[in-house]
Design a protein around this ligand. Structure first.
Ligand SMILES: [Zn+2]
Length: 321
């Protein structure tokens, strides 16, 4: 029998775990999601995920490996979650081994930002550039590094944590407990905090944001993107400032790593040009012209990159682990 060129990709969030069967070209063949229900524990989760995948297999969906993408500090060597803010009580549980045993297949496991960057790198960057820096902009800010065309994990699997590199001193408080992290400015909570401040300073209350979201407690970055598209000056300014902070974080990595490309992923990246233009402008102003003109900026398009990266990595590295 020829080897099956498809894998299951699983993106485990605090509320839902999204799962798909993905072929070697990164195409999503089928998909579903289950409630993560972290309080029921990791063993219960593995049993429910394995039941779903076994049902798919019984229906004829073939896959030869599985990849797990998880937000948090992941020990990808041991297949253990060291720490995850969304999955309390799962720390130390051998998640990869448990799923591999339940499915009787090789399973790989890594941080969700690493795998989202890997998925976007493998499916959206033409010519497979040698060195790529990726940043994921969502509730939190994560990152991933591709060096020498391989996912770079560092000495303990913790590489690429761009969200907690510092862009202000002392700066605003980050969810991690430190001050001045990029995430405290460009994570969705940082963006919303700056938008509320700007609205409070606005004398006439004329921003379209107030109409789009009358209850400012419910304000989200998507409201800013929409207001910016309609010409709202305040929303554009908050997004420009977001781009400025992202540019500071990325420019530090460009100087250290000299990448061919910089990938921007995640929900906040849907702000499009309003976010990308200030990053481009910042890069153009840098005195070290060569590394900044080499580092091509690209917004990743596929919102499923985490699952796709998990499945592709499983196909590439899953054998024999
Ligand atoms: Zn932080």
């Amino acid at each position: 029998m020829p080897p099956i060129k498809a894998a299951a990709g699983i993106d485990v969030g605090g509320t839902f775990a999204k799962v798909g069967i993905i072929d070697a070209s990164g195409r999503l063949l089928r998909e579903d999601k289950i409630a993560t229900e972290p309080a029921r524990g990791p063993q219960d989760f593995v049993a429910r995920m394995a039941a779903l995948l076994s049902a798919w297999r019984a229906e004829g969906s073939a896959f030869s490996a599985a990849g797990l993408a998880i937000a948090g500090d992941v020990d990808s060597e041991k297949g253990i979650l060291r720490f995850s803010p969304n999955l309390e009580g799962w720390d130390g549980f051998p998640l990869r081994g448990a799923l591999a045993k339940a499915l009787r297949l090789p399973v790989v496991m890594d941080n969700d930002a690493n795998l989202a960057v890997w998925g976007a790198y493998r499916t959206e960057l033409k010519g497979k550039p040698e060195n790529v820096v990726g940043v994921t902009l969502g509730t939190g800010v994560g990152g991933g590094l591709v060096l020498g065309r391989r996912l770079y994990r560092g000495s303990t699997g913790s590489a690429g944590e761009i969200g907690h590199t510092r862009v202000e001193v002392p700066g605003e408080l980050c969810h991690c407990g430190m001050r001045g992290c990029l995430e405290a400015y460009a994570g969705s909570y940082g963006i919303v905090r700056r938008a509320r401040l700007a609205l409070a300073r606005e004398p006439r209350g004329g921003s379209r944001l107030r109409r789009l979201c009358p209850d400012l407690k419910l304000l989200e970055p998507a409201h800013l993107s929409e207001a910016a598209r309609h010409g709202d000056a305040l929303a554009r300014e908050v997004l420009r400032e977001t781009g400025f902070y992202v540019a500071i974080g990325l420019s530090n990595l460009v100087l250290v790593l000299n990448p061919d490309a910089v990938l921007i992923l995640g929900g906040v990246s849907r702000a499009g040009r309003w976010l990308l233009d200030p990053i481009e402008a910042y890069f153009k102003k840098q005195p070290f012209k060569v590394p900044f003109s080499r580092a091509k900026l690209k917004l990743a398009e596929n919102p499923n990159a985490g699952r796709i990266g998990a499945a592709l990595l499983a196909l590439e590295e899953g054998r024999g682990r």
